[in-house]
Design a protein around this ligand. Structure first.
Ligand code: HEM
Length: 247
């Protein structure tokens, strides 16, 4: 039989396109908010350094942690080449996302009030849970990456848990960011710094909506069956699919 010509179906391309579009819009919105509406990030201390930390937190969490970890989840869907190469890029991108997450939280510890004065909000508790889970998951992935000789059956058993925990943590990161946006905007509005209906409120609400959209598309892309179109020259093309839970 002639060699099958494999080409990815349109669905994967559309989902990847939608994911990138959502990620781009999320990045534009958070950058616009943090860099254009700087007055909303002014700290009590009025110190320039504290202002930088205050602006860096949402930027690192949204672009560095959420968008990059989403891209790492999608690697298996678009990157050509060997499984080993995909795993390496996946691990590397998740490492960058984790570093941004840790640095992003660190920026909040730099305030003059110190660490103990923090952790009063649901947002901060969820943030710690989320980054801790992410770190544990990354460490497991790192260990398994360097133990290629491990019994294959145990790696296959662990994989569904890796997928579940990875997607759960990603969802948790988006929910944490939503609580951060809500907390910040509510704080600004109740202090009269920002009006209830104004361009800044629209940007922040839009950011929240596009984050929710991005989360849905990334998770859908990750769980949708990997489909390939086998076009066999003499007969009609047939679709085959395999679950994403293959190693
Ligand atoms: C995945 C995303 C995020 C994570 C994991 C996260 C994590 C955290 C953590 C752990 C804290 C507590 C630090 C402390 O109390 O010293 C914190 C504080 C804070 N975050 Fe986030 N954050 C995220 C996104 C955001 C976003 C998008 C905003 C929007 C501006 C934001 C605004 C704040 C604010 C205002 C505080 C200080 C008040 C508080 O502790 O609740 N965060 N964040």
């Amino acid at each position: 039989m002639a060699a099958a010509n494999l080409s990815k179906p349109k669905t994967t391309f559309s989902l990847l396109f939608l994911a990138r579009l959502s990620a781009t819009l999320v990045a534009i919105l958070v950058l616009t908010w943090a860099l254009y509406f700087t007055a909303s990030f002014l700290p009590h201390t009025l110190s320039h350094q504290d202002l930088i930390y205050s602006v860096l937190h949402p930027l690192l969490m949204v672009i560095g942690f959420i968008i990059i970890s989403g891209e790492a989840i999608l690697v298996h869907r678009w990157l050509p080449g060997s499984r080993q190469r995909k795993k390496w890029v996946h691990l590397w991108l998740q490492g960058v996302a984790l570093a941004c997450g840790i640095f992003g939280i660190w920026t909040k510890f730099q305030g003059s009030e110190g660490v103990v004065a923090n952790f009063y909000s649901l947002h901060s508790w969820m943030g710690i849970l989320c980054v801790s889970l992410f770190g544990a998951q990354w460490l497991m992935g790192f260990i398994s990456f360097w133990h290629k000789g491990e019994v294959r059956i145990s790696r296959v058993r662990v994989l569904p848990w890796h997928v579940f925990l990875g997607l759960y943590t990603y969802g948790l990161a988006v929910i944490t960011a939503e609580t951060g946006l809500l907390e910040k905007l509510t704080f600004l509005q109740s202090n009269g710094v920002v009006l209830k209906r104004c361009s800044e409120a629209m940007i922040v609400n839009g950011l929240g909506l596009w984050l929710a959209m991005l989360c849905g598309v990334v998770i859908l892309t990750a769980v949708s069956p990997k489909q390939y179109y086998h076009s066999i020259p003499t007969t009609k093309g047939v679709y085959s699919d395999s679950k994403c839970f293959t190693s």
